[in-house]
Design a protein around this ligand. Structure first.
Ligand SMILES: Nc1nc2c(c(=O)[nH]1)N[C@H]1C(S)=C(S)[C@@H](COP(=O)(O)O)O[C@H]1N2
Ligand SMILES: [Mo]
Length: 392
């Protein structure tokens, strides 16, 4: 380009154009999904093929298992953003790296030889209830069923962090999984972080087992964390790295998603602990296609579960048929981070009825009747409504 016919100004412009082309090509090479950079508009109650595919992969729990304290493993809800990585338990390593004074790695035998505990913890997806919002966000279309309780088996994380010894200027500890994929054109391993203060306030568990069995592949085998009392996104599956950071963690799942926002422009507040909530086992029997329910008139035993974040106790559950609230009976909970069973006897009279339940926790927080607004549909803890037809 050292041609006398091209002026210095033209030369700069040509370089700028060339640079622009190179940058665009690079960006697009890093993002193979340029055809769908933004999510399509949604219509309430309608799901497209991609969402139906997501719903098929990320199954919800069966509401009838709410009759049990512990959700049978195969019926625990699933939320996996990308594909389930098939990892080799024998060769799997957990690495403590970054700004630790004593970085180290461990294999699964070493992890299993540490002091073992079993902790019943209720896990709920932050997007549970998203389909109940209007307008709803294009995403995993959860009804009410993204919740479950397992007896997680593992070892407390705190002593291992202490052993690795975060340096004085550490601000965040990041947890990274082995699953890689794209969201909005950004390729990343699923990862989340907690501050040192959060870690010392939470009973985080390094988990390799669930309900007396090794973790199932879809629940994070061979290793995950469980962050009790927080929505599920914090409980990173397929864990292979714990990194001490001297700058705030900027992983995609930490800074671009899991924010309570009023609108797209809103800066947002991080989603953290679970909001107070309850569900009932829909009584009676369903119709195969419509899922409408039919109950016989007379005394009907109603049961369900109620839970809240951070180990808060449930102080009250109320049950209503057609808006007439009555206090239900609470059962003992299995542990600080497990849901509380409740039951009630309903005298069912012939006709159509709407049944509802709502919980209150020790802070006085109570479930709202209509969904709290959130742009992404996070944290919907509105009361569940079940329609039943009572036959004489
Ligand atoms: N590595 C990894 N961890 C993850 C996820 C994921 O997609 N990848 N999903 C998170 C979300 S959003 C939830 S709600 C829980 C669900 O855990 P489960 O599938 O075992 O029920 O896992 C969390 N941990
Ligand atoms: Mo989730």
């Amino acid at each position: 380009m050292d041609n006398i016919l091209v002026s210095a100004g033209q030369k700069t412009l040509m370089y700028e154009v060339l640079n622009f082309i190179v940058e665009t090509v690079n960006r697009n090479m890093n993002n193979p999904f340029t055809n769908s950079p933004t999510k399509p508009d949604t219509q309430d109650g309608r799901y497209d093929d991609a969402e139906r595919g997501l719903a098929n992969r990320n199954s919800g729990t069966l509401l009838e298992t709410l009759a049990l304290d512990i959700t049978p493993s195969g019926a625990h809800y699933l939320l996996t953003h990308f594909d389930t990585p098939i990892l080799n338990t024998e060769s799997h390593r957990l690495r403590f790296e970054g700004a630790f004074a004593n970085p180290f790695e461990m294999d699964m035998n070493q992890i299993r030889s540490l002091p073992q505990i079993m902790m019943p913890v209720t896990l709920e997806c932050a997007g549970n209830g998203r389909a109940g919002l209007s307008p709803r966000k294009y995403s995993m279309p959860w009804g009410v069923e993204a919740v479950g309780t397992s007896e997680w088996i593992g070892t407390p994380l705190a002593p291992l962090i202490a052993q690795a010894s975060p340096k004085a200027d550490v601000v965040d500890i990041a947890f990274t999984g082995a699953d890689y994929g794209y969201d909005n054109g950004v390729g990343h391993y699923f990862g989340r972080s907690l501050t040192l203060d959060q870690l010392s306030a939470l009973d985080v568990l390094l988990v390799h087992g669930m309900n007396g069995q090794p973790l199932l592949p879809q629940h994070g085998a061979p290793l995950r964390i469980i962050v009790p009392g927080w929505y599920g996104m914090a409980s990173v599956k397929w864990l292979d790295k714990i990194v001490a950071l001297t700058q705030p963690y900027d992983g995609y799942q930490q800074i671009h998603t899991y924010l309570f926002k009023k609108s797209a422009e809103d800066e947002g507040l991080p989603v953290t602990h679970i909001r107070v909530k309850s569900l009932m086992v829909p009584p009676g029997v369903p119709d195969w296609l419509s899922r409408e329910r039919c109950v016989k008139a007379g005394d009907v035993h109603i049961q369900g579960r109620a839970w809240s974040g951070l180990g808060r106790t449930i102080t009250k559950v109320e049950f209503a048929a057609n808006g007439a609230w009555q206090e239900a009976k609470l059962k003992e909970r299995r542990g600080k981070f497990a849901w509380t069973g409740w039951e009630h006897t309903w005298s069912a009279e012939p006709g159509k009825h709407v049944l509802q339940c709502r919980a209150t926790d020790e802070t006085g927080a109570v479930q709202p009747i209509s969904p709290p607004w959130d742009f992404s549909g996070f944290g919907n803890n509105a009361v569940q409504s079940v329609c039943v037809f009572v036959k004489a």
